[in-house]
Ligand binder design. Sequence first.
Ligand code: SAM
Length: 272
Amino acid sequence: MSQPQPNVESIADTTKPNAGRMYDYFLGGNHNFEIDRQAAEQVKKLTPFATKAVRLQRWCLQDIAERLTTDLGFDIIIDFASGLPTQDHIHQVVPAGTTVIYSDADPITVAYGREILKDVPNTYYFQVDCSRPEKLLGHPEVIKIVQENRKVALVYWGVSAFLTEEVIKYISQYLYKWASPESYFVFQAQLAGFDPNDPALINILKVYKQIGTPMYIRSLEEYQQMISPWHPDKKGFISLLDWHGLDQSEMSKEEQNVFGPGGVGYGAYLVK
Ligand SMILES: C[S@@+](CC[C@H](N)C(=O)[O-])C[C@H]1O[C@@H](n2cnc3c(N)ncnc32)[C@H](O)[C@@H]1O
């Protein structure tokens, strides 16, 4: 397992738009700068569905938090590339006593995140590049929190399109070795199913490339190869539209064409 190089050069620079803070702007948050808002508006012009898509992603994340805890009984959730832990994030919907470990590479997101969580018990926020999961899982404070418990729920939601194929393979193999049997790895095959030749999508990809965070469009089959040796549970990969029951009729014809049947991609509960 060779360790890939991270792709986060723009992440600490407040003079450049940042994908995470743009995401916060799409969600209606106020942890973003003028430079982020301008870039986000460019994306919104190209596809008005962007705001809805980002909300859908967060709604699904809340569904995940509930299922992992209430249905599956996990009491530790380790979330990678978390973004801002605002009202609609994991800690808001889990039962009291659940430990939630958030992380992100963007130092500004981490600083805001810690501020938001300062009075919330059992929640933590670490600054870690998710391409190197060992940095979070091997962090002395995380070791203290998790102790010997390796039957945990690991979450990579809303970030895979920002990661190279080499990185996704590395993460999957690392987590599989690290976790105990019956652990869960919740993974979003972000943007899978998009038509890579769609002119609106091509323009969005240009915006993200310009701001230094290139995005990769892949098919679901390609993602499925990358997550080996994990296997989805019996429901398999589910489109985010089906996951949250969002009606396609809420989208214009043009939006349906760009986003295809997957909405914002597909998600799955991968089980060891
Ligand atoms: C689209 S947001 C997703 C946030 C959250 N997981 C969700 O689904 O709502 C992507 C987040 O990934 C973070 N990010 C991007 N590349 C990263 C990396 N290599 N390591 C850690 N975080 C990263 C960004 O800073 C941003 O906060």
